[in-house]
Design a protein around this ligand. Structure first.
Ligand SMILES: [Ca+2]
Length: 312
């Protein structure tokens, strides 16, 4: 399977392996300008709203710092210019879109945008592996310019559903999460790529998993002309059927003869609460901070024991 060209209008989804193969092709580097001043020159740069295809109040580079090459194996990073930028909203009460763009000194003249996860709200650094490719060389190490965003809002803890809901009360934030930020982030990144290298990428891809997979479908459907391929890895697409499926499973588990049956479900629930309740700072019968609970050592040991008891 080769590359599917979305610029020709096809909704193309590449098999992951094919894309990883494509990542390995043509990593020939481009002779760079002196990288340190080239990177520094991006600091403080502003991008006017007219260069971004959806309404914003323009964008600005917060910092641009040359990072030395380091690491080895799958953790290897090349020398690259790490650019942090913000896209200002139209509504002054909305949050900015925070963006990271990584520009390798030895550029392969291609770019990869990485999607978020869950309800977003955290910065996708795009420095790591492509979804589903843990342990493989990263796109950045292969010479791709890589970029991601926080989805257009920032929460202290991505598991904080109340914080997410509060952010989405703003229409522009909600519209950004629903997809608009993907286009704005793309357009900002390509403007900065052109500034750094003097040309646009020859190929631009999108990769994402879960909510990021849904975002991959969104860019293919809505802004296909911007991309040469999109990888939707286990996309969390179709919110209504997704949530109703949760309901179907819950009903099935409530039936007589279900496994685990209601008594064993209660046993597991009780064990989880007993082990993990206090990790959120309040012993109140609720595990409100799964991340904190998971970081305890050993993380919530009792549920594992309860699970073994259920299986026995
Ligand atoms: Ca609690």
């Amino acid at each position: 399977m080769g590359e599917l060209n979305l610029r020709r209008g096809a909704l193309g989804l590449l098999a992951l392996g094919a894309v990883l193969g494509a990542f390995g092709v043509g990593a020939a580097e481009r002779a760079p300008r002196d990288p340190a001043p080239a990177c520094r020159s991006l600091s403080g740069v502003t991008i006017p709203a007219r260069q971004i295809g959806l309404p914003t109040s323009g964008a600005s580079v917060v910092s641009a710092t040359l990072q030395p090459a380091g690491g080895s194996g799958a953790a290897a990073k090349p020398e690259y210019c790490k650019v942090l930028a913000q896209i200002a909203p139209v509504d002054p009460h909305a949050q900015p879109i925070r963006v990271e763009l990584n520009l390798p000194t030895a550029w392969n003249r291609k770019a990869v945008q990485m999607g978020g996860g869950g309800f977003d709200g955290f910065l996708v650094t795009a420095e790591g592996p492509a979804p589903g490719a843990a342990g493989q060389p990263t796109p950045l190490s292969m010479g791709y310019a890589t970029f991601g965003s926080d989805g257009g809002h920032s929460v202290a803890n991505p598991f904080d559903v109340e914080g997410q809901v509060a952010a989405f009360m703003n229409d522009e934030v909600l519209e950004n999460y629903a997809g608009a930020q993907l286009k704005k982030t793309h357009d900002l990144a390509l403007a900065l790529i052109r500034l750094r290298y003097g040309e646009a990428p020859r190929r631009t891809y999108f990769v994402g998993a879960s909510a990021g997979g849904r975002e991959a479908l969104a860019v293919a459907q809505r802004w296909g002309a911007d991309y040469d391929g999109a990888v939707a890895y286990f996309p969390a697409a179709g919110g209504v059927p997704l949530v109703t499926e949760f309901g179907r499973v819950a009903r099935a588990l409530a039936q007589p003869g279900a496994y685990p049956d209601p008594a064993k479900q209660a046993l597991l629930h009780k064990a989880v609460v007993a082990a993990c309740d206090g990790a959120d700072g309040a012993v109140d019968g609720l595990v409100s901070n799964p991340a904190a609970a998971a970081s305890t050592s050993p993380p919530c040991a009792a549920p594992a024991a309860a699970t073994r008891a259920m299986v026995a």
